[in-house]
Design a protein. Structure first.
Length: 211
């Protein structure tokens, strides 16, 4: 069994008010992914972050045409249109890179980002998801097992949770996929160091099987 786990985050297309409308407004974009960030976390003390991953994705609409992101996306994430033009790759290539980086690790996010990352983005692009749903886990479940009260978990956000636990990562930017992944990984590291979270829980089968 792997002695590492993957903590990831993704950023996906949005517009002012779109989350409150569940992306149903007439001008709201399909919430397809344009950035993935991840950290490989050791499950052996001191539970260090061993490697980082980041990739930008060229956002495409369901008509196959390039998607022009609302400026709010750059404001939130720091990912500019110029940077996307220079660095972004097609979704299939980005997901293949992510799958290769993940290897056999369990893959955790603060929430169920795999729906935007795989289900929505791959459906819009007309490609098959390269990683099955059984590989993904919801990190709030780990916080609950570590004794964090449910009402507290509901109030936490990946980009602000460090403050709640008295932790800092000065060079990690909130609403940046890699930055948010690093913040969640740091809190999980803290919970494991305190003995509140069993490290093997991060690599145990998620749904009763290893398939």
């Amino acid at each position: 069994m792997s002695r590492t786990a993957l903590i990831y985050d993704c950023e996906f297309a949005t517009a002012p008010g779109a989350p409150q409308r569940f992306w149903c407004g007439p001008l709201d974009p399909d919430p397809v992914v344009f950035q993935i960030g991840a950290v490989r976390l050791s499950l052996d003390p001191p539970f260090d972050a061993l490697a980082r991953f980041e990739v930008l994705i060229r956002p495409m609409g369901r008509d196959g045409a390039p998607m022009q992101l609302h400026p709010l996306n750059a404001t939130l994430t720091g990912v500019s249109d110029d940077r996307l033009a220079r660095e972004a790759v097609p979704l299939a290539e980005a997901l293949d890179r992510f799958a290769a980086f993940a290897g056999e690790d369990r893959i955790w996010a603060w929430g169920k980002d795999e729906f935007n990352l795989m289900a929505i983005s791959c459906y819009v692009a007309g490609i098959a998801p390269p990683i099955p749903a059984t590989r993904f886990g919801n990190a709030p479940e780990l916080f609950l097992e570590a004794g964090v009260p449910l009402d507290v978990i509901h109030s936490l956000r990946s980009n602000t949770m460090l403050d709640h636990f008295g932790l800092t990562l000065p060079d990690a930017r909130g609403h940046d996929a890699l930055g948010d992944a690093r913040m969640v990984a740091e809190v999980l590291r803290h919970l494991m160091q305190e003995g509140r979270l069993d490290p093997m829980r991060l690599c145990a089968p998620l749904h009763g099987s290893d398939t």
